[in-house]
Design a protein around this ligand. Sequence first.
Ligand code: ADP
Length: 492
Amino acid sequence: MPDDAGLQALREAARLSPDNLPLRQHLAGQLLAKGYLADAEAEFRAALVLSPGNPEIIAGLAEAFVRQSAYGEALAALEPLLAEPGYPPEIGVLAARALAGEGDLARAAYRYFEAISRDPSLADPEFAARLNPPSQPQTPPQPQPSAQPSAQPQTPPYAAPQPVAQTPNGPATAFTATPAASYGQPMVNPRPGSPPEPESNAEVQQAGLTFADVAGMESVKEALRIKLLLPIQQPDLFAAFGKRAGGGVLLYGPPGAGKTHLARAAAGELGAAFINVGLADILDMYIGSSERNLHATFDMARRNRPCVLFFDEVDALAARRSDMRQAHTRQLVNQFLAELDGVDQNANEGVLVLAATNAPWYVDAAFRRPGRLDQPVFVPPPDAAARAAILRILCRDKPLAEMDFDAVAKVTEHFVGADLKGLVDRAVEAKLQQSISAGRPIPLTTADLLAAAKTVRPTAVREWMATARNYVMHANDSGAWDELMPWVKGKW
Ligand code: ADP
């Protein structure tokens, strides 16, 4: 029992009024402030019984643990709070201290910098120095975060991007984390001039296709032209209307209908680089690493503008936050939204984000706001004329006899581009066998394609339309899926 008259009085009052929560909390706080850590811990525990889950009490209890070097207990106490999005920054700093106490400097740094990006008054230069050991040979001296918000705030790892100064080598950040691959190592803190950026796993490619390689889909191509291409090709006209290049388009439709093909062709049409981002390039089992990968990928795109940044299966990265149980997956969505918005209005200029999904109804509605993926574009299954055109493109570099692509189109109802590609591949394989036996190239015929069509089953268009019909009929309050209405009413 502390030998302090004021505390004794408080303690006595709490004994007489054990259910008085504010009183017990006050007592616990006083004990903590005066360094009676074990007593403080006991009082916070008692207060927590009166008010389970109370974040202030949990924070107090965790601080009592940290100051007693009981880091594991502190983290266990904080865990439920950290799982909530937008947890108080004080909680983040406490978690950072506990993590650092356990020797997990990388995660400690993540929590610490994320927290002080939200409340710079929590900055603690001494603690920050511990997170960036000077023994790192490539680490320049670390800028000391000030106690007050300064003109050059510390940039958090990636959870909440801050304005950054542009350098010829790309954006310079005051704090940059290590690449995902080395997660678990202490983070370094490079400054402009040092090699600052974690690398994206995605690759910058040449598109190699233009819209001439995309059969049919005239209205889809037109929508992309207006949204993506004209602002870059005719910037003055767009500027006159107060519009700027950038922003994104959500391509949606059944699998295999040509979304990726279209995105690549849009890049080629524009003479832009193409960055094809798959889930494996972003998703990482470690908390925070996926956000970092996403940021690195956007930064790579910004360094390679003009470019088309294409996200396949985007519903996995941009799912409705309301459906998520894990707070850290919500963080990835928040990060994605922040990247799309950019740190300032020029940040994403010349970066055209195309995203594709078979399940647009799972994408968080926040992505449809202006400047983000604000224009959903339906990529439909091809009609007969489009199927014939796709077949023509798929066969154009093969030895051909006189072809009747319309006849093949007629027997391939419900086939999408990917199915037609499978059909042509199969016919070509058979022809190759024959050519090898004959010792000369035997041209492909309509009959070969018709025969192959019998062996290939169309993929999931019918099932996709059935699912889409459910959403359009029963979950279309915002009218987001109106464009699908005539399609789902058709016969599939
Ligand atoms: P998705 O991304 O919608 O799943 P893809 O773009 O991967 O579908 O399409 C699969 C393949 O089908 C493409 O690689 C391309 O060869 C072919 N394809 C699809 N649509 C077209 C089209 N309109 N014109 C030419 N080829 C197409």
